[in-house]
Design a protein around this ligand. Structure first.
Ligand code: PH2
Ligand code: MG
Ligand code: MG
Length: 157
C-alpha cells in the first residue's frame, strides 16, 4: 500500500456536466482505485501555457492504493477517456474535459517512456502546488527534498 498524489484539472464540459460536476464525479471514480484519504478544495485558476482557453478548476487528492504506479496511471487514463478526453488531437496544454496527473507515488523516483515520477513539472505549477500544499503541506518532494509548502513559497514572487 502506497500513497499516491493526483492532480485534477478540467476546463471543458464533459459527459458528467460542468468542470465542477466533472471533478465531483471523478473523485467518486478515484475512490474505486483505493482509499481517498484527502482531497483539496476546488480552485479556479487562470490557464497556464496556452492562454486562449477557459479558466480551469483544479484540485488534488491523496489516494492509498495497492495498484502499482504503471497500473494506476493506466486506470487514470481510462477515467480521463470515460469523461470524453480525446488525446488523438488537440493543443499542447490546451483545453480538456478532465486531466488526471499522477504527481507522486510514495517517494518513488521513476522514469519510463510512459511515466515519470515525481511529475516533472509539478514544482513549477501553482495550480498543482496550491491544492497539494492544502492537503499535504509537509510532504517532501523526493528529488528536490523540499516540502510542498516550501516549494509553493519559492514559487511566489
Ligand atoms: N493544465 C495544463 C496546462 N495549463 N492551467 C491551469 N490553470 N490548470 C491546469 O490544470 C492546466 C493548465 C496541462 O495539463
Ligand atoms: Mg495529464
Ligand atoms: Mg496536466
Amino acid at each position: 500500500m502506497e500513497t499516491a498524489y493526483i492532480a485534477l484539472g478540467a476546463n471543458l464540459p464533459s459527459p458528467a456536466g460542468t468542470p465542477r460536476q466533472t471533478l465531483d464525479t471523478a473523485l467518486a471514480r478515484l475512490g474505486e482505485l483505493g482509499a481517498l484519504v484527502a482531497h483539496s478544495s476546488y480552485y479556479a485558476t487562470e490557464p497556464v501555457g496556452y492562454a486562449d482557453q477557459p479558466a480551469f478548476l483544479n484540485a488534488a487528492v491523496a489516494l492509498q492504493t495497492d495498484l502499482a504506479p504503471e497500473a494506476l496511471l493506466e486506470r487514470l487514463l481510462a477515467i480521463e477517456r470515460s469523461f470524453g478526453r480525446d488525446r488523438s488531437h488537440g493543443i499542447l496544454n490546451g483545453p480538456r474535459t478532465l486531466d488526471l496527473d499522477l504527481l507522486l507515488y510514495g517517494d518513488r523516483i521513476l522514469t519510463t517512456p510512459a511515466l515519470q515520477l515525481p511529475h516533472p513539472r509539478m514544482a513549477e505549477r501553482a495550480f498543482v502546488l496550491i491544492p497539494l500544499a492544502e492537503i499535504a503541506p509537509d510532504l517532501i518532494h523526493p528529488l528536490l527534498q523540499k516540502s510542498m509548502k516550501q516549494l509553493l513559497q519559492e514559487l511566489k514572487p
